[in-house]
Write a protein that binds this ligand. Structure first.
Ligand code: ZN
Length: 269
């Protein structure tokens, strides 16, 4: 099994075509290369041996060993079960397993001004976490990753996973302690809601106005005093609780301790 890194950016007539998201949506890894006549250099590679393939590039006198080699990898070297890492700028933005080897279809990806007719089918990971990775060979469309590359990639993959876990844990704890607090003070929260119009105290949004019936009576109770700072016995008053929408609630908690309602209101555009 081999690992590949592939980019989906091609410059044609001085316009850069970035087709990663198109490839992701269609479940393919595609490429193309145009000769001086503005036509694709080669047609269906499944009808050509790799020697015939090289002959065509030579005959057309196209001095582009990098794309010639990249397309050759897609057409002849990429095998089922191989893994492709998608590159966009300095980032690895996707990862997928090849499910079907080389195919040719001028209609598979009709981008603006260009078609990317050579492709393999790929099952791209749905929840891939992008990371920064700078390997050499940045100008190559396709490179085969060696052990040294893979060590770097695995290190970045595990770092990224750990960082996401840490953030999730931090966020989770923050919201959990607030939720526990508010459930202990349920009566107070209910009283606060009953005396409100279920409008966000920061942005004025009312769920029922945006979502209709299902938004009726929905609002989030936010505790203004950071939970960690409250003595277990401290009494809470109606003024300590704010009713806010989900967006504003998330924004209040972008800082720890949370922003005050006024601070957030001032930041709003
Ligand atoms: Zn709001």
């Amino acid at each position: 099994m081999n690992y590949w890194r592939m980019s989906f950016r091609i410059k044609r007539d001085n316009i850069i075509h970035e087709l990663w998201s198109d490839c992701y949506e269609r479940g393919i890894a595609a490429m193309s290369y145009y000769g001086y006549d503005g036509e694709p250099v080669v047609g269906d590679c499944s009808k050509l041996t790799d020697n015939e393939y090289d002959d065509i590039w030579r005959t057309k006198g196209i001095n582009a060993t990098s794309p010639q080699g990249s397309l050759k990898k897609v057409a002849y070297k990429m095998k089922k079960e191989d893994v492709i890492y998608a590159k966009e700028g300095v980032n690895i933005v996707g990862k997928g397993v090849i499910t079907e080897e080389y195919d040719y279809d001028p209609n598979i990806l009709n981008g603006s001004e260009s078609t990317w007719e050579h492709f393999v089918r790929v099952d791209w990971e749905k929840d891939f976490l992008p990371f920064k990775l700078n390997l050499e060979a940045n100008l190559h469309i396709v490179i085969k990753l060696n052990e040294e590359h893979m060590d770097k990639i695995r290190e970045m993959e595990s770092k990224t996973r750990k960082e996401i876990k840490r953030i999730e844990a931090e966020e989770g704890n923050r919201y959990k302690s607030e939720a526990t607090f508010c459930s202990r003070n349920r009566a107070l929260v209910e009283a606060k809601k009953m005396n409100s119009d279920y409008r966000c105290e920061v942005c004025g949004m009312a769920f029922k106005e945006v979502y209709g019936k299902i938004g009726n009576g929905y609002i989030i109770a936010h505790h203004k005093i950071p939970i960690g700072n409250i003595e277990e016995t401290a009494t809470t008053t109606l003024d300590d609780i704010a009713l806010v929408c989900a967006n504003c609630h998330a924004m209040l908690h972008t800082k720890n301790p949370p922003l005050s309602l006024d601070e957030l209101r001032n930041k709003m555009k």
